[in-house]
Design a protein around this ligand. Structure first.
Ligand code: SF4
Ligand code: SF4
Length: 376
């Protein structure tokens, strides 16, 4: 089985490692079994590559017990990017026809509808304005909403449009799937489902749609990470892609929130992709400070050390109960440390915490916070 030198090196380092990162993996902690520790998954991949273990559906399934959070990397002396190796393991298994039952149909559904959800609902305007009044298709700055926001919080797309207009000075363009047409997702669900060629085809389609853009402002941190040279998952390209949080934080000196939101009980949960991938820790805090009244709470395990919510990279499909336990664990930490709501950098985290809780609005994402503070 052929792999790049980097991946061969990473799996070899893990194989001979005394599991230095064992304690850091939220999936291993939630499932309480050695097979799904970073060491366990990487060692298994090494054995498959060596021919000591035969590829099978069961082996392929094991490689899906990683959320791509990169928390293990923080404690790894070799700086091993475990998810990057496991995406490759998933791809090799898929090529050999081994796809776990829980992932069956993910790629085919994506190819058909261009998305990771069942449906692209129609978008709504806001404050009496429809989308065509809010967005300007001729703007060279293009906003790409997160799929989770696009499908679960439809009016937020229009509100983000108004917010970007306020921060930029002019309306921006919108790129998403509308009326059954267009591209609405960055394709990360394909990559993390082991369909690397499908991801590359999807990325080429997206590049066609964005060829006239001078700047692409994205709400999805995975998309930002995949397009930036300074992130470990970046694949070089010509597009200037900036995350919405940094776009807004850069322009904070020129705008003034109208109605700051109470920070009472609110704690910052550093989302993995916004944090460990894009390192937007300070930008999240700058927006929180500007948009909140009072001091926002910090976790003992914050920034690079923050655990994952259990939401990304198909983990809720493969291990739904363990995925929810990851969110529960973070919510328990929040209660112990005196909080009662979380501020998240991503809509994926917000939804993961909301699924694990009976409380309305246990989590708020940064975009929603800024919209509220600016009364949009
Ligand atoms: S990721 Fe690093 S710390 Fe974790 S098992 Fe592999 S080599 Fe060891
Ligand atoms: S990236 Fe996260 S989920 Fe994956 S092995 Fe490392 S700590 Fe575990």
């Amino acid at each position: 089985m052929e792999c790049s030198r980097e991946i061969d090196r990473a799996t070899a380092y893990c194989t001979y490692c005394p599991k230095m990162c064992r304690f850091s993996c939220p999936a291993a902690e939630a499932e309480k079994r050695e097979t799904v520790t970073p060491w366990g998954m990487m060692r298994l991949f090494e054995m498959v590559k060596e021919g000591a273990v035969d590829p099978s559906d069961e082996v392929a399934e094991t490689f899906y017990h990683c959320m791509g959070c990169r928390r293990c990397q923080e404690w790894c002396h070799h700086d091993n990017d475990v998810p990057e190796a496991l995406w490759e393991a998933r791809a090799q298994m898929r090529q050999l026809g081994h796809v776990p039952d829980a992932i069956e149909g993910v790629v085919e559904d994506f190819e058909e509808g261009g998305m990771p959800f069942d449906d692209w609902p129609e978008l709504e305007g806001v404050h009496g304005d429809d989308l065509d009044e809010i967005f300007d298709p001729d703007s060279s700055i293009v906003y790409v909403p997160d799929c989770e926001t696009r499908c679960q919080a439809r009016d937020t797309v229009a509100r983000a449009g108004r917010l970007l207009e306020l921060f930029h000075g002019n309306p921006v363009a919108l790129l998403t799937r509308r009326n059954g047409e267009g591209v609405g997702c960055c394709g990360f669900p394909l990559l993390s489902a082991g369909d690397a060629p499908g991801y590359e085809r999807h990325r080429a389609r997206l590049a066609d749609r964005l060829e006239d853009a001078d700047m692409v402002v994205v709400e999805c941190a995975s998309m930002a990470a995949l397009y930036r040279d300074d992130s470990s998952w970046g694949r070089s390209g010509d597009l200037e892609v900036i995350h919405l949080i940094e776009f807004l934080a850069d322009r904070l000196p020129f705008v003034q929130p109208r109605e700051p939101v109470s920070a009472d009980g609110l704690m910052i949960h550093d989302s993995c992709m916004v944090g460990r991938q894009l390192e937007l820790y300070d930008e999240v805090r700058a927006l929180a400070d500007a948009c909140c009244e009072g001091d926002i709470g910090e976790f003992q395990f914050a920034r690079e050390e923050a655990p994952c919510c259990g939401g990304p990279a198909h983990y809720p499909l493969v291990a739904p109960e363990a995925s929810e336990r990851c969110a529960d664990t973070r919510l328990e930490q929040m209660e112990r440390e005196g909080g009662d709501r979380l501020l998240c950098g991503s809509a994926t985290c917000e939804q993961a915490f909301q699924r694990a809780s009976d409380t309305d609005e246990i989590a708020l994402n940064v975009l929603e916070l800024v919209c509220r503070a600016f009364e949009i």
